[in-house]
Design a protein around this ligand. Structure first.
Ligand code: ADP
Length: 295
């Protein structure tokens, strides 16, 4: 009780309460406060990134795994990811648990870089890069792509300047214990691990009715959030793995790995009921992030 009151006072102090229940991005001064708070929090907890920074040359993946990666991934140097003070968030949940929808809000509100490994892999498949060629068959069948393919891509991306400066929101990674270990070994520190909980029956329904507008990127559901007009309806596309048959494979992969992945982040995990209305899920996520960061 005492803790809750204290927390409310702190949230009030930083002007979070009103902002947290809306989609409005925060002000510049808010980000300055947030950055300061994130930094203080990491310093207080003894940020593991700093300790790792002092070591030399910690590899992200083993040399043998390096051998199987594309030349772009192989050429990455082994410099540690820098410790800046933007928020570093992982969002996790089953296929169609609402990660994409919530990421739109989180990235605007906390001014972080959104990295969806599903989107990155689909772009690689479309561009027929080495990674795309390696990933395609796995994705088409609803299976996970091999760890050594995806780990290299994510490590490279997190090492780019925008991620180091603004912080990031990692969507769809890590999905296996090996991926989580690889992040930790690279000295990647995470502030919050958000997990969206939704029952399997609802997920199948959500996946099968899901459509995307290629013009705006907006995601619709033919029953629950149908397109506004016929023009939009006519151009909607469906992901090739959004079928009942493939979502069952994706769900099986998810269940085989979820406990191991969650176990890696138990100290920073935020469990959210993903079956609520999207705006309610958004409010719950905002409050939980801010409670975690400002606690
Ligand atoms: P969803 O979470 O809705 O299944 P995503 O767009 O996140 O969809 O991912 C689509 C596909 O991309 C996955 O089924 C998988 O084949 C591949 N993929 C994405 N992220 C990873 C990852 N971290 N590890 C392995 N495969 C991945």
């Amino acid at each position: 009780m005492k803790n809750s009151i204290l927390l409310l006072l702190v949230l009030e102090l930083f002007g979070c309460l009103t902002l947290a229940s809306t989609f409005t991005p925060h002000s510049k001064s808010y980000f300055a406060q947030l950055s300061l708070r994130v930094k203080e929090r990491r310093d207080k907890k003894g940020d593991p990134c700093k300790k790792i920074d002092q070591r030399t040359n910690t590899p992200f993946i083993s040399k043998s795994n390096h051998m199987t990666l594309s030349s772009k991934v192989r050429s990455t140097d082994s410099k540690q990811l820098e410790d800046k003070s933007g928020l570093r968030i992982i969002i996790s949940g089953a296929p169609a648990s609402g990660k994409g929808t919530q990421c739109e809000m989180i990235k605007e509100k906390y001014d972080v870089v959104h990295l969806s490994t599903g989107d990155m892999l689909r772009a690689a498949v479309a561009a027929r890069t080495d990674v795309g060629i390696q990933a395609k068959d796995y994705m088409d069948s609803g299976n996970l792509v091999p760890d050594d393919v995806i780990i290299g891509i994510v490590r490279d991306r997190l090492n780019e300047d925008d991620c180091k400066q603004k912080g990031w929101l990692l969507d769809g990674f890590p999905r296996t214990a090996a991926q989580a270990d690889a992040l930790a070994e690279a000295g990647v520190c995470v502030d919050c691990f958000i997990f969206l909980n939704v029952a399997d029956e609802a997920l199948v329904d959500r996946v099968v009715g899901r459509r995307t507008d290629p013009l705006t990127g907006k995601i619709y559901h033919m029953t629950y959030s149908p397109p506004e007009d016929e023009d939009i309806t006519a151009r909607l596309t469906q992901r090739s793995d959004d079928t009942e048959e493939k979502v069952k494979v994706r769900l099986a992969q998810f269940h085989a790995n979820v406990d191991a992945v969650k176990g890696k982040y138990s100290d920073i995990a935020i469990d959210i009921d993903g079956s609520a209305k999207p705006t309610d899920v958004t409010s719950a996520i905002s409050l939980a992030i801010e409670a975690q960061v400002f606690s």
